[in-house]
Ligand binder design. Structure first.
Ligand code: ZN
Ligand code: ZN
Length: 244
């Protein structure tokens, strides 16, 4: 399996990190998780291209995870790709319907398949996926792909999510802010480190980074390392991780 971070930023721009998008590929299958602002460009830069993404799996409906959905639809339509499947938590159908109601001229351009999923097991784009409800300001699902990859979506750090991710080869986890930012709905390195403590995880990548984290990576890793002694790194846009 190959996981490519297309966007490792969040709702406030850093100038370098685009909003959330993660590409999961295995044996010819391709799945895009989330489609925030900038992801359409990153898809192009990644060499995969928007033409090769026919399924999008959403963690939740915040703008920084869905902003490029309509641009993706339009680009696919212009390129002669006539379909797109959009899968996400409850409310995904009405989200897409309402986006299309605002941009009426996009209605009927693509053969859209909309599907809502719930915590538990399902299959998407040929991948078997487990979903787990996170702790965030909107309903949000974390996704796990067998023993290989878990993506936290947006979430506070908490034991249930750490249990869900345990024994993944790779975990990509929201780590939006450094410790001195008073935050809810997202973790800080301290809270994340405490919940990861003692877990068996191959490697953790930190993502969903606000500009507050710029220049503070060392101290953030040290803070996590106070509690958790595993391999923790910062994800970067367009970085690909191969998982065996
Ligand atoms: Zn969010
Ligand atoms: Zn977000």
């Amino acid at each position: 399996m190959r996981v490519t971070f297309l966007g490792t930023g969040s709702a406030m721009p850093t100038g370098e990190r685009f909003q959330t998008g993660v590409l999961v590929q295995e044996e010819g299958r391709t799945l895009l998780i989330d489609c925030g602002s900038g992801v359409l460009h990153r898809l192009q830069q990644s060499g995969v291209g928007y033409e090769n993404v026919s399924t999008v799996l959403l963690t939740h409906h915040h703008l920084d995870h869905v902003a490029d959905l309509l641009p993706l639809m339009k680009a696919r339509w212009l390129a002669g790709e006539d379909h797109l499947e959009i899968v996400g938590p409850q409310g995904t159908k009405s989200l897409v319907d309402e986006l299309l109601a605002v941009h009426e001229y996009m209605q009927g351009k693509l053969d859209l398949q909309l599907r809502e999923v719930h915590p538990g097991e399902f299959s998407v784009a040929g991948f078997d996926v487990s979903a787990y409800e996170t702790r965030h300001s909107l309903p949000c699902l974390a996704y796990r792909f067998g023993d290989l990859f878990t993506f936290s979506g947006d979430s506070e750090a908490f034991a249930g999510l750490a249990n869900f991710a345990e024994e993944s080869a790779i975990l990509a986890h929201d780590c939006s802010f450094p410790d001195d930012v008073d935050v809810s709905n997202h973790p800080t390195p301290d809270t994340l480190g405490r919940e990861l403590a003692g877990r068996e995880i191959g490697r953790v990548y930190l993502t969903h980074l606000y500009p507050h984290t710029d220049g503070r990576h060392e101290e953030m890793l040290e803070s996590i390392g106070t509690h958790y002694d595993g391999d923790v790194r910062f994800a970067e846009d367009l970085q690909t991780v191969s998982i065996e």
